[in-house]
Design a protein around this ligand. Structure first.
Ligand code: NAP
Length: 467
């Protein structure tokens, strides 16, 4: 297809709860993607020349813009992603906080000035924007995954090319509009949706002026992008998949653990990289935990989130189908469906009943795979060393959760877990002021906190003759 024909191509965005087409966005061709790097280069030249205070004020205005448009953004996320209204509202608030946090960080760029040990020389260490950054985001947090990258990139003085997930580009375009209204100059933030992610991203990564890739998504795609970035040694940050263990000890407050489990498992219908994926419950409290957890799961209201349901559809019917397969194979191996919520009458295949599985065998596939849905497999334990070994037996180490009576016990367990983030006596770890990220194949680098801005800077050291 020629570039002219490609310009006519559109990508339909659907509501996963109803299947209705919400809107159409431009489906970028490789040529169109390559062309917008010119605008990004011009944008970068002007943006890197602004003062930290100017960048800070623009980001603060964007924070207020998101707050003013919170309702519109919430409804957009509900419509294109299918999460509950409460989850979407929480995401908008979390996403906006990245603009506020990096408005504050923009004016605190660190540096260093030291005397070289041999004397006669001063080492001056400064930071510069890394350059034009490609940002790739997933569909599960269409606002927060974008602002968690755009905020620090703009604070550091970079221009960005954002490729949102093909299922949820509308939120990304709305955020770009808010940034423009806040004063971001033309070319500095550009969003390109596409029915072929690799077509657009390959065109960008082939351009010498692109110096950074910040990716959030699955470990499989992350691996491929790392290989692609190796060709031009592009600076990379990777936020990849999770498989979080949720450990409850015999001394834990079970009511608090159940509250935490509900949040860690069912936020976003279980479609979160930090979602608790495997529940390791001490044998002494197994009965009480599963009874209370099961009762809460059975009460979850499944349905169209626009009508106030707690749990909306999975992002696609195929995603729900894959999770049904995991449940089926687990039960064939001996797991028992101990509790399940009701599906509304006439629910399409994208809806999945929240499910509690007990007696899950240790070799079950469902304990190895990232479920990415509202299914909670429970395993009983008695030996602490053995359960820590099980928790660490995953190729990814993003987040983990520990509930224990004594804080010291929880922290001792947490320190032995191979996870970038551990929720201790709480079921959520995300915070704009904290370093978000994983170990092993869960990623490279951190987002949030002061670490997040470092990812968009290069260190330069000036060696100054002082004699
Ligand atoms: P995905 O399939 O890896 O897609 C993520 C993004 O990458 C989308 O924008 C996608 O575009 C794009 N993409 C896919 N193939 C590509 C390629 N060959 N080249 C360039 N870009 C490509 O992941 P997902 O299913 O959307 O998201 C779920 C995964 O993300 C889970 O594993 C979850 O744990 C992880 N996640 C991690 C974090 C974290 O912070 N660590 C946060 C949220 C989610 P298309 O939509 O066009 O395919």
């Amino acid at each position: 297809m020629t570039a002219d024909h490609a310009q006519d191509r559109m990508l339909a965005v659907r509501n996963p709860a109803t299947g209705a087409v919400l809107d159409q966005v431009h489906d970028h061709s490789a040529e169109q993607a390559a062309a917008i790097v010119d605008a990004a280069a011009a944008g970068f030249r002007s943006w890197r020349g602004t003062t930290p205070r100017q960048r800070s004020e623009v980001l603060m205005a964007a924070f207020h813009g998101m707050r003013e448009q919170a309702q519109r953004l919430r409804d957009l996320i509900v419509a294109e992603n299918g999460k509950s209204q409460a989850d979407a509202a929480a995401e908008v608030s979390y996403a906006a906080e990245f603009f506020r946090w990096y408005a504050e960080e923009a004016v605190r760029s660190p540096g260093d000035y030291t005397e070289a040990p041999a004397g006669g020389v001063r080492n001056v260490v400064t930071r510069h924007p890394v350059g034009i950054a490609v940002l790739i985001t997933p569909w599960n947090f269409p606002a927060a995954m974008a602002t968690r990258k755009i905020g620090p990139a703009l604070a550091a003085g970079c221009a960005v090319l954002l490729k949102p997930a093909s299922e949820t580009p509308l939120t990304a375009f709305a955020i770009a509009e808010i940034l423009t209204e806040a004063g971001v100059p033309e070319g500095v933030v550009q969003v390109a949706a596409s029915s072929s992610a690799s077509r657009v991203v390959t065109a960008w990564l082939a351009d010498d002026r692109v110096r950074k890739l910040s990716f959030t998504g699955s470990t499989g795609v992350g691996r491929r992008l790392l290989a692609q970035c190796a060709e031009r040694v592009v600076n990379t940050s990777m936020e990849l998949g999770g498989n979080a263990p949720f450990i409850v000890t015999s001394g834990a407050d079970i009511d608090a653990a159940v509250d935490g489990a509900m949040l860690a498992k069912f936020r976003n219908g279980g479609q979160a990289c930090t979602a608790a994926n495997r529940f390791y419950i001490h044998q002494d409290v197994l009965g009480e935990f599963t009874e209370k957890f099961g009762a809460r799961i059975a009460q979850l209201r499944v349905g169209d989130p626009a009508s106030g349901a707690d749990i909306g559809p999975m992002i696609t019917e195929q995603a729900a189908q894959e999770i049904r397969g995991l449940i089926r194979r687990a039960t064939e191996q001996g797991a028992v469906i101990a509790a399940q919520a009701h599906l509304p009458e006439g629910a399409t295949g994208a809806f999945l009943a929240p499910t509690l599985l007990t007696g899950v065998p240790l070799d079950a596939e469902i304990l190895r795979e990232e479920i990415f849905g509202p299914v909670a497999p429970v395993v009983a334990w008695t030996d602490l060393d053995a359960v820590i070994e099980l928790a660490n037996a995953a190729e990814v180490g993003l987040s983990a959760y520990v509930y224990a009576g004594k804080l010291q016990t929880a922290m001792k367990i947490a320190e032995r877990l191979e996870a970038g983030m551990v929720g201790i006596n709480r079921g959520i770890v995300s915070d704009p002021s904290a370093p978000f990220g994983g170990v092993k194949q869960a990623g490279i680098g951190r987002e949030g906190g002061d670490f997040g801005m470092e990812e968009f800077t290069e260190v330069q050291y000036l060696s100054v003759d002082w004699s």
